[in-house]
Design a binder for this molecule. Sequence first.
Ligand SMILES: [Zn+2]
Length: 111
Amino acid sequence: MSVAKNILDIVHEHIRPEDETKVSSIILKVGELSGIVNESLEFCFSTLVHNTPLNKAKLIIQTIPISAVCNSCNQISQLEYGVFFCEKCHSSDIKLISGNELQIEQIELED
Ligand SMILES: [Zn+2]
């Protein structure tokens, strides 16, 4: 629930109060490692905006895959959740470059 609340706080910071009824969608980037369950986030969000000026806003969640760069061979690997080694040399000395995201990409207003 706190994640949905944080999203709303950010929307309130960026959108003037008189424009809130025009918000049609909020595009959110969520990394696979962030631990967010899309369905429960959507549910929390719709509960929070119910009967508010933002009740037409849809939450659109873009899932960002986990990827990492290998410190041994510089290969960039796309990783499955829980599997953390280089796909080329199988080193576990890798650095995460995406998958932890939790950010608002865009807030769309209807005309
Ligand atoms: Zn490697």
